[in-house]
Structures are given as structure tokens and as C-alpha cells.
Design a protein around this ligand. Structure first.
Ligand code: IMP
Length: 176
């Protein structure tokens, strides 16, 4: 087995759970009775999405897209690819995009524009994490869990070369 880098907890599962309670209350306040379409961006958002929707006690629908702006490693390739598109119609729907992390903003600025062209009734973004120091493309985050420093994070759905998604905490990699 190859040796993986060590990890250190940046945000514990307890802190994450408290943030998701808060986010769920905000989303509930804004979408109760509106049957929103929650669109998760795969793969990174799958854990966050699963925890968030189980705190939402009103009718809603779920879909997923797979977009890719990263090749192997930790740097963005600068291009967004739609690997798997939406199956649900968006026109006239209250659409809430669920993201794991907004980094340069490339992926979300692209995808929000892609959705906007399809004429939803409303369009908002909910992200667990934000790395504002890295922003190159402006993105409005309507519901945010945490703003974090410019470190590469893994766990709670986030990966490095497909590893670490299964960690329950958001962690940083320890160098060396
Ligand atoms: P952006 O297009 O640069 O904003 O990057 C968005 C995507 O890059 C996220 O949805 C993640 O999949 C990935 N990403 C950005 N930063 C990190 C990180 O620190 N750890 C793991 N994935 C990241």
C-alpha cells in the first residue's frame, strides 16, 4: 500500500454539524412551501448534501451534476467540463446549488451562468466552505458554512486524487 500524507483536523465533525444546523434553518426559512430543486455538484458535495437534506423537513427535490475543473493534483486546469448534466427541468424552479467548496470561483461562476440561461424562478448557492483568498471569478455565496484559509483541505466529501472523501472531519494535509 502507498503511504498517504498525514492529516490534521481543521473543522471537526461537531463544528460541521452545528454549521449545517444553522444552514438548514436559513434554507428552511427561505424555501419552506416552495419545493426547491437542490442541485449537488459531484463528487465533493455528496456528504454535505446528504447531511443538509436530512435536516430539511419539507418537500424538495434533488439532482446532481458532475463538473470538473481539476485534473490530478491540487491545481485547477482553468476549464470547466460537464461530465454529467442535470436530468431535472430548471425553468421556473427555485434552484439551490449545493457545493463543497468555492475556491477560484471558476466552477460555480460557470455553472450558475449555465443554470441562469435555463430561466429558473430563483437561483442561489449554498457552499460548506469558502477560500476567499483564492478567488479569481466573482461568486455570490448565499448560504455559507465556513470561510477557511488558503490551505488544501480533504475529508467530508473533499478529495485529493479521489482519496480522503470518507473522513468525517475537514482536514488539512500535513507536509513531509
Ligand atoms: P474552483 O472552480 O476553483 O472554485 O474549484 C471548485 C472545486 O475544486 C471544488 O468543488 C472542489 O471539488 C475543488 N477544490 C477546490 N479547493 C479544494 C480543496 O482545498 N480540497 C479539495 N478540493 C478542492
Amino acid at each position: 500500500m502507498p503511504v498517504e500524507p498525514e492529516t490534521e483536523v481543521l473543522l471537526s465533525r461537531t463544528e460541521i454539524a452545528a454549521a449545517i444546523d444553522r444552514l438548514a434553518a436559513e434554507v428552511r426559512r427561505d424555501y419552506l412551501g416552495k419545493c426547491p430543486l437542490l442541485v449537488g455538484i459531484l463528487k465533493g458535495s455528496f456528504v454535505f448534501m446528504a447531511d443538509l437534506v436530512r435536516r430539511l423537513d419539507f418537500p424538495l427535490e434533488i439532482d446532481f451534476v458532475r463538473l470538473s475543473s481539476y485534473g490530478p493534483g491540487t491545481e485547477s486546469s482553468g476549464q470547466v467540463r460537464v461530465v454529467q448534466g442535470l436530468r431535472s427541468p430548471v425553468r421556473g424552479r427555485e434552484v439551490l446549488v449545493i457545493e463543497d467548496i468555492v475556491d477560484t470561483g471558476l466552477t460555480d461562476s460557470y455553472f450558475l451562468e449555465y443554470l441562469r440561461k435555463r430561466r429558473p424562478a430563483s437561483l442561489r448557492l449554498c457552499s460548506l466552505l469558502d477560500k476567499p483568498a483564492r478567488r479569481r471569478f466573482p461568486v455570490k455565496i448565499d448560504y455559507l458554512g465556513f470561510s477557511i484559509p488558503d490551505r488544501f483541505v480533504v475529508g467530508y466529501g473533499l478529495d485529493l486524487d479521489e482519496k480522503y472523501r470518507n473522513l468525517s472531519d475537514v482536514c488539512v494535509l500535513v507536509e513531509g
